[in-house]
Write a protein of this length. Structure first.
Length: 403
């Protein structure tokens, strides 16, 4: 069996819970399995276990005080850039609250903000603290951002009471780390094309018809696919965010241009995720120069349908795995399901753009997956990056059933 930890850089953040003794064993196990382990501690954690203990177990200096003379000023940033995963175990209610609020006042929380690697959080605290609405809200916030939660267990607590709040078993934490590492390259060898952003259909030389799409969802989909090992081409319309690094970008202004570009790659891609907001209609005629208000009292535009990208691709690529997006107003299942069937899709991502913090221009989304067999999987409100991770999980699952 492949050792997922061999050669990986794992950061372990340790906070001041009595369960810290389990973190010692976690660090030891990670190192024994071939990982390069770096430990970061809160100041209060050092009152329970000496940094020297973690230094001996990890074989690397422990970071506690970012301003200490022996600590390089940006060492935690360097580690954050190199990390394959960051696990905080045990994570106290205090540290969880800081992570949720974006507070960075120690080595553990500052590194969390600087680190783009998957974050794994293993809480440990008294039952009443775990069940407190503030803690549960903070946990939900972290999950929406894509953090992996290793739920605490029930049992004997430091207070002498029995309840939920014990740090999860070492096996569960290690399994979560291995799962994250395995997922990071599970698309290796895949050829993926993603569309993102809004198309713009010209009315005259300076005006156009368009929509509020920012490109954030499509960029997240492309970025996550790249990180998980896929070869990715991004076909981008107008976007308010930069395309991800390491991804080939081909720009397309109009719906017709986007269709033309995608078809150029029709014999290359295996999976198409069309997250772009492509205009359904365009002016039948484009005026030369500028239409001036002084020259017309009423402006009448005659519109015609634009080419249907997904339907066109399905005809050209009968064996490709096609994923569409459906931005709806109101309950989205019926309309999205009809769109999936009409265009011959394998999967569609649907959402109601009138819901708070969901849809155009924001960093979060509340959507659902509808598969060709009719199954519906609703997702909670989460970051678009977290949605992208779940989307690729779903695509892998569905493709494995047909391979």
């Amino acid at each position: 069996m492949e050792n997922m930890l061999e050669g990986k850089v794992i950061l372990v953040g340790v906070s001041s819970s009595i369960a810290i003794f389990k973190a010692c064993e976690l660090v030891s196990q990670l190192r024994q399995r071939g990982a390069e382990v770096h430990v970061l501690m809160t100041t209060n954690a050092t009152k329970l276990v000496s940094p020297l203990t973690f230094y001996a177990l990890s074989g690397n200096p422990v970071i506690v005080d970012l301003f200490a003379a022996e600590t390089h000023a940006v060492e935690h940033v360097t580690l954050a850039d190199r990390a394959d995963a960051y696990v905080i175990a045990p994570a106290t209610a205090n540290v969880i609250a800081k992570l949720a609020a974006g507070i960075a006042d120690d080595a553990v929380t500052t590194t969390a903000l600087a680190c783009k690697a998957p974050l794994i959080v293993a809480p440990a605290m008294e039952t009443k603290m775990w069940e407190h609405p503030a803690t549960q809200r903070n946990i939900q916030t972290l999950k929406e951002r894509g953090a992996i939660l290793v739920e605490p267990e029930g049992g004997w607590l430091a207070s002498g009471k029995i309840g939920k709040g014990r740090l999860a078993s070492l096996d569960k934490i290690l399994t979560a780390i291995e799962m994250v590492l395995a997922r990071r390259q599970d698309l290796k060898g895949w050829r993926v094309l993603v569309t993102a952003g809004a198309t713009r259909e010209p009315i005259d030389a300076i005006r156009f018809l368009s929509n509020p799409s920012s490109g954030k969802m499509g960029v997240a989909v492309a970025e996550v696919a790249k990180e998980r090992g896929a070869e990715v081409v991004l076909v981008a319309g107008h976007m308010e965010v930069a395309p991800p690094k390491g991804v080939k970008v081909v720009w397309a202004k109009t719906a017709q241009e986007m269709v033309d570009v995608v078809l150029r790659y029709a014999d290359w891609f295996e999976v198409l995720v069309s997250a772009a907001a492509i205009s359904d209609f365009a002016p039948k005629q484009v005026a030369e120069g500028k239409i001036r208000r002084s020259e017309t009292e009423v402006l009448v535009l005659e519109l015609e349908p634009t080419p249907d990208l997904l339907a066109t691709v399905r005809t050209r690529c009968p064996n490709a795995f096609l994923v569409g997006f459906a931005a709806e107003v109101g309950e989205p299942v019926q309309a999205a399901t009809e769109k999936l069937r009409r265009k011959g899709l394998d999967l569609i991502v649907a959402n109601d753009v009138t819901q708070p913090n969901s849809g155009f221009g924001v960093d979060t989304n509340r959507c659902l997956f509808i598969a060709r067999d009719g199954t519906v999987e609703p997702l909670p409100l989460m970051s678009k990056r977290a949605v992208a991770q779940r989307l690729w999980d779903k695509i892998r699952e569905l493709r494995s059933k047909t391979s």
